[in-house]
Design a protein around this ligand. Sequence first.
Ligand SMILES: Cc1cc2nc3c(=O)[nH]c(=O)nc-3n(C[C@H](O)[C@H](O)[C@H](O)COP(=O)(O)OP(=O)(O)OC[C@H]3O[C@@H](n4cnc5c(N)ncnc54)[C@H](O)[C@@H]3O)c2cc1C
Length: 471
Amino acid sequence: MLRIESPPPPRTGRARSVAVIGAGITGLTAARRLHEAGLQVTVLEAAPQVGGQLEAVQVAGHHLDVGAESVFTAAPGPLELIEELGLDDDLVAAQRATTWIRTRRGLRPLPEGFTPAGPSRLLPVLRSGVLSPLGMLRAGLEPLVSATDPDRDVAVGVELQRRFGREVTDRLVDPLLGGLHAGDVRTLSLRAATPQLAGLLARHRSLLLRRRPPSRSGPAFVTLGQGMGAITRALAAQLPADALRCATPVEQIRPADDRLVIATADGAELTVDGVVLATPAQVAARLVAGDSPEAAEVLGTLRTASVAIVALAYPAAAAEVPAIRDGTGLLVPSTLPGLLKAATFLSTKWPHHRHEDVTLIRASAGRAGDDRAMHLDDAALVDRLHAELSLATGLTLAPQAAVVRRWPRTMPQLEVGHHRRLAGARAALARDLPGVALAGAPYAGPGLSACLRSATEAATQLLTIRQEAVR
Ligand SMILES: Cc1cc2nc3c(=O)[nH]c(=O)nc-3n(C[C@H](O)[C@H](O)[C@H](O)COP(=O)(O)OP(=O)(O)OC[C@H]3O[C@@H](n4cnc5c(N)ncnc54)[C@H](O)[C@@H]3O)c2cc1C
């Protein structure tokens, strides 16, 4: 068996070497922070390349993202990282156009002021035509409803229903927030899944009456012209050449004296002082199961949803269909039948995806508790999503090319009680495998901003352990 010993800790007991398991944006960001702090870092990644959920494919000769597609500029972290990495020249701003919501009566515009941070303006909601007259009346009563209790962990859809009425949850919160999380807004935790909204509700008695900060200048969403994977490639390129080992799945983490031994599938072992575990939670559960069965049990039960992305190339004339010409995409409430969860009209939304030969559209399917898309073969899935898109938009052309990318058990469901469950797993790990820090979307949520925050927290946790050991 090949043994790779990193230098033992000096007499001070100072942690010097760390392993980061998983080279998605979380693992690589944690690695960067730890490397900058002077630690010897080794990143172990199962796949042949870095990036995880930042992945692109070629469709009809065009490169497009099939994992994370955009950065919400109001959320802290990703834009700053893009600047730090010198990628800001490649930023592309999303075009301002309508996002459609599919209703039983056709497409209606998502009201302005309705963002991933919740509803803030009533007038656009009233004008959008998404709510019935009774639903509008009920939404307008929000200032009379008692304040949100910041100490209670509640579901985001349940709390917004209490404040604005059932229609707002079913027709707006479900397609927007439920779509982003591929989840059920009546089980997703307000505090864990939508911390920004929870903060607003804790600070303001009414979302409608609160004094809104002046609207931010600049685009709400941006992306990178060369694809979001440029971020993870740039992060990897800044690490020392021998720090990154791809195609190296980790199989086990176990304690050895005061250190940790990482066993990889090729039979090698690496001994380190700390570990950032930035893999899917079900993998993390397997890696720690031998020495921390209690942590493994919690991690193994964190719920996920599977999603499928279908990248479609239509003839260029598809861009002239009014719904596609005037919109950046559409969202579908879970209460409507069908598989289609959302679609992004890439050629309308992003200037760099406007091509003479094709119109690019990205469709998605799959939510918590709905795995139908995962059981269809690729051709059947493409047919179904194309048919539903055509019905929703009036598109009559057939796609020229399509690529399917499935993401099984990828979208974390931060349900009510998530923080409590996670605290239990972290306490068990601290007892059984001290020096192992959990990071990434399974714990912090699916947005890139949450992943970056969690990477920094994990790096800080290991650096703090180091400082405590030095004292
Ligand atoms: C379809 C889709 C669309 C999305 N759209 C957006 C968006 O527009 N904006 C946004 O902000 N977020 C979006 N997200 C969410 C965002 O992409 C993710 O939250 C984020 O990329 C997760 O990063 P991560 O590093 O935590 O995990 P991952 O990217 O999943 O990385 C984990 C890594 O661990 C590796 N690994 C697994 N097992 C092992 C092992 N045994 N040993 C070593 N390595 C292992 C994996 O190969 C992988 O590279 C989207 C996600 C999906 C799936």
